[in-house]
Design a protein around this ligand. Structure first.
Ligand code: PRX
Length: 637
């Protein structure tokens, strides 16, 4: 129900229906928040006690060496104990953990029992290949069930997984394998997307030529297209799973490795301000507490839910809210392999209807993309099974919010706009269903999370004033650092405002304390919700022999949020041409992946730089968009 306002009116409030209020498990959210404010560490400690541990912790938060915070110090656990093991002794064992739908319509389901069996078998395979606790394993798979299975099998034996999104390509994959020094690579012959196949194994082979640490490659057969297999290095997943090691009596069991709460669970590469992506480190102990608590409250999880997070398991959203949190909470969740518009723009709505989805969690870019095709597509499906809608990845514009709320949610479903990051591990700013909502605002910090908007000088911005979004105190699912780079961790996140975590986002807080995220303040781009560094795309361009220099900016785009615009200076002797333009776009797609493809390349003879030689992307953007150029006093020429 709407009280007032239009898209421009930031005071418009959508209050939950009496039905939502009544059925909501968290009745007095403010009381919960006050409890958490009084003693955030105790709040998280109490939540941690709701999970299983092999041995309790001595100290909930060790803040003796900031910003290297530690949570649940001395506690023994393994996220698998909570995600799989403890369900084997309850009725959840017989519940579906995953329903998978392939792009061509085939269905595969796994109960918690069956998932555990497959994970144990695969864990035994990994062990037989010499993967030990602490070893890194790179996973480069399409959206198939072997992706969560591989992640879970690594976690089970204490290996550290590094999932590389299946849409990335040669250079992006190669440098992630190299940096993580992975021993094993798990990939597939290929994947299906929009009815076509993506040759993952051949991309992986090229990446492996550039990265030298991998001893074994495990190949899941998905497309069944022929691939080259290097004897002694490459093995098919199904053949390994058919071996005595995985099939023998007892091979369907595998002891879960007892881990310290602070032992690493995974690395996940993400983009920052430099050309080199950085690996964010998350741990077994605090991470499970953060993701399970936030999901449980924000989505008001119930046993009868059928949940669908439409993100890719290869991104943090998938790690936290497709794989680990839903399993910890014993939920049934759906994974769909393909494109939202394949073969028609009602594919998503068809799945919701057919599978009786009750919670849908999706990115604004996907919502905007589907909105474009009109209401007739969703309207031809019964979407009444939905009770809650979520969004993540970028600010949702009020127009898309309202469409999602009215057309998909039938004005019944609260929209849970969750603001968070790869680094934060779990939701940081988001409502719960009983909350009064404002379209476009992620509302307020989650209980136990302190968020603030600061001015340059570190003082708090006033109501409505734009500033830098920071998190004011450590939280359990926080990143534990950047892999092999503690200096960059301190420098990038903790040095602008000492003692406070710098998110990189600009935001404002309104008179009611609602947070409005404006977007990134650094050289990070959000393209269709994917996080890319301008420097990464630039370095992909410069790796082409015709290019001498490149600068990349994001231009606002109706569906994608941002589209990539590149400015390129050619080497002497090379002249601009439509063919070269095409070639450069293709080159970026092969090096980084199709998501990084520039929408437009402009050939230029000079780039605006500061006197210290830094490209002034801000100026390029202002010029490209016909906006005022602002302060140009540092411009060299
Ligand atoms: O700019 C914010 C935006 O996504 C960034 C984090 O990207 P990534 O690490 O890829 O994680 C995305 C999935 C958690 C943030 O710095 N962002 C994420 N969620 C929202 C958002 N911006 C506005 N509203 C959101 N709900």
């Amino acid at each position: 129900m709407e009280r007032s306002g239009n898209d421009q009116d930031r005071t418009a409030v959508v209050v939950p229906s009496a039905q939502v209020r009544q059925s909501s498990r968290v009745k007095d959210y403010d009381a919960l928040r006050r409890e958490a404010e009084r003693d955030p560490v105790k709040f998280w400690e109490d939540r941690a006690k709701e999970l299983a541990w092999y041995a309790p912790w001595d100290k909930a938060l060790d803040d003796s060496n900031p910003p290297f915070y530690k949570w649940f110090v001395g506690g023994k656990t393994n996220i698998i104990l909570n995600a799989l093991d403890r369900h084997q002794a309850t009725a959840t064992r017989n519940k579906l953990a995953f329903i998978w739908e392939g792009e061509s319509g085939e269905i595969r389901t796994l109960s918690f029992f069956a998932l555990n069996r497959e994970v144990c078998q695969f864990a035994n395979v990994l062990k037989s290949m010499g993967v030990h606790k602490g070893d890194r394993v790179t996973i480069y798979l399409p959206r198939i069930l072997e992706l969560p299975i591989a992640m879970l099998a690594c976690a089970k034996i204490g290996a550290v997984h590094s999932v590389v999104y299946g849409g990335f390509s040669v250079e992006a994959l190669g440098e992630r394998i190299q940096d993580s020094e992975s021993k094993v690579l798990i990939t597939a012959d290929g994947g299906f997307m929009r009815g076509k196949t993506v040759p993952l194994k051949s991309i992986a082979d090229q990446a492996l030529e550039r990265a030298g640490t991998v001893e074994h490659v495990i190949v899941v057969r998905r497309t069944r297209e022929p691939v080259s297999m290097e004897p002694g290095r490459d093995y098919f997943y199904d053949e390994l799973m058919g071996l005595p090691i995985a099939k023998a009596v007892g091979a369907t069991r595998c002891a879960t490795e007892v881990m310290d709460a602070e032992d690493p669970l995974f690395l996940l590469y993400t983009s920052g301000t430099t050309g080199k992506p950085k690996a964010i480190v998350h741990t077994h102990g605090g991470y499970q507490v953060g993701i399970a608590t936030t999901m449980n409250y924000a989505f008001d999880v119930r046993p009868e839910d059928r949940y669908w997070c439409a993100a890719d398991p290869g991104w943090i959203t998938g790690h936290s809210y497709i794989v680990y949190a839903p399993l910890i909470l014993g939920m049934t969740s759906l994974i769909y392999e393909g494109a939202p518009t394949y073969p028609y723009p009602d594919r998503w709505w068809k799945i919701v209807e057919k599978q009786g989805i009750s919670i849908l969690y999706a990115a604004p870019t996907a919502i905007r993309g589907l909105m474009r095709f009109g209401e007739a597509w969703p309207n031809r499906h019964d979407l009444t099974s939905l009770r809650l809608l979520g969004t993540v990845g970028e600010p949702i514009n009020p127009e898309a919010w309202r469409w999602y709320h009215r057309v998909i949610g039938g004005e019944r479903c609260p929209i849970i706009d969750t603001w968070w990051q790869t680094e934060t591990g779990s939701f940081m700013i988001c409502p719960v269903p009983s909350f009064d909502l404002k379209p476009g605002s992620a509302t307020k910090p989650f209980p136990g999370i302190g968020a603030q908007v600061l001015r340059e000088d570190g003082t708090p911005a006033g109501p409505g004033e734009e500033g830098k979004l920071v998190i004011t105190a450590p939280w359990p699912s926080m990143l534990r650092g950047i892999y092999k780079n503690p200096e960059r961790y301190v420098e990038q996140y903790w040095s602008t405002f000492p003692g406070k975590y710098l998110t990189g986002d600009a935001a404002r807080v309104d008179e009611d304390g609602y947070f409005w995220i404006i977007g990134r303040m650094d050289d990070v781009l959000k393209v269709s919700g994917y996080r890319l560094g301008t420097a990464e795309v630039e370095s992909a361009l410069v790796s082409h022999p015709a290019v001498s220099e490149a600068a990349v900016i994001g231009i606002p785009h109706e569906v994608k949020g941002n589209a990539i615009r590149a400015f390129v200076i050619l080497r002497a002797g090379r002249a601009p041409s439509p063919e070269l333009n095409e070639e450069l776009i293709k080159h970026v797609a092969t090096e980084m992946g199709p998501i990084a493809r520039p929408e437009k390349i402009e050939f230029v003879t000079a780039l605006p730089k500061t006197r210290s030689g830094k490209i002034m992307r801000r100026l390029l953007k202002a010029r490209a968009m016909g906006l005022p150029e602002g302060d140009v006093s540092t411009l060299e020429d």
